[in-house]
Write a protein that binds this ligand. Sequence first.
Ligand SMILES: Nc1ncnc2c1ncn2[C@@H]1O[C@H](COP(=O)(O)OP(=O)(O)OP(=O)(O)O)[C@@H](O)[C@H]1O
Ligand SMILES: [Mg+2]
Length: 447
Amino acid sequence: MIRSLRGRLFIGLTAIIILTGAIGGMFAFNWAFDEAIEMQDSILTQIASLAQNSGFSGGQPLPGVEEDAEVWIMELGKAPHGSADDRQLWSHQDGLHVAARAGQPIRVLVRTRADGSRFAVAQPTAVRDETARDMALRTLVPIAALIPCLMLVTALLIAQSLRPMVRLASDLDARRADDMSPLPLKGMPSELHPFIASINGLIARMRLMMDQQRRFIADATHELRTPIAALSLQAENLDPVDLPAAARDRLAALKQGMQRTKHLLEQLLALARQEAHPLGRGEMPQVSLDHVAKEVVADLLPQALNRNIDLGFELVEPLAVPSEPVMLAAMIRNLLDNALRYTPEGGNVDIGVYRQDGAAILQIEDSGPGIESSDMDRIFEPFFRGAREEAEGTGLGMSIVKRVVDELGGSIALENIMGVGRSGLRVIVRLPIAADPDLSANKPTAI
Ligand SMILES: Nc1ncnc2c1ncn2[C@@H]1O[C@H](COP(=O)(O)OP(=O)(O)OP(=O)(O)O)[C@@H](O)[C@H]1O
Ligand SMILES: [Mg+2]
């Protein structure tokens, strides 16, 4: 059982072509054969007429008749005589007959001259049949040549007709997992329309389901923030209480756990917010990249001071990008948080905000250990934490960054800095710049 549609069509159509060719060939052969026999009879008739009118008699080579044709004239005389075959011939009336000569079948045309003498024009049946077969076979040549041509055309036609299906499959394969746009019907053969409509229906249902899930995650995360904040407050309320040392240790562990949970919720919320983002790229407001970066740096400065890390700007140019302040801030915060977290105490984190080749660049360089090249491919996957499993973190930071960058139509590149006595990670985010860079006028941006 052939599973491929292409294979089935090809084999089916080829079988039809060969069958039609064979039946057509058989008929053509038979017709041509009969025609050739008739033609040879008429040649015998012409020779006989010629012999009769010109007084040509047997025993001489026939002028204009090929030797291969083995046509000869037999004089039968005025009365039956000679061999049994001759007498048998004499008994035939004038006209065409099948007779025998030395046990071989021959075709003869018997004629009587005006003086009563008779003669016969004869030709061996075997020679006639062979000539007729040769001629008939020649009629099969075009049919035989046509069959492979038709098969080739069929194969090309099938491939051409099935191309939209192949294209549809490769379009679907090449799709990003979160691309929920419907498949276009334009340019597709009408037979595929119901199929595409069904896929589009499925995509629409999936989009609805994913939207519901995103909303659920966003709502659930949001709802969880309040009780966690309340629990943190309760734990902090225990600070002034006189507690035994063991209880104080447990309290510290509890607070740390709550801090981790809070961080996880914040990250999940950032991710959910990002995914449930309602605005298209064209509708986003112009946001000052340098301004947002400065605000995030100001927020993280205590963390940097705490770890004695030199956090600062190397280069800042006023630049506006179409974005949302919250999105942009979440991206920068996560990148800087990583740089600060994975850089050892006393290190440096340098930030650059500048314009290059018509794009806005945010560059962050740290002096940490960098990322193992084997982890680079998976670094944007949610919950992937690479080689630093032991340190605190959820593994969601980089996936938030990636989604924001994708949403803004930008790109991100990570490279390990490998200099003499120097290591670290360089992150370069490239974002499309706002049409009017003057909009980057330092108006306060809410984060
Ligand atoms: N600047 C960096 N230097 C070294 N390693 C890094 C750096 N940034 C990210 N990584 C590696 O990439 C992993 C994934 O980073 P990501 O920000 O997604 O998660 P996380 O920092 O572990 O958790 P989260 O940011 O959600 O708290 C980190 O666990 C770390 O191993
Ligand atoms: Mg992180």
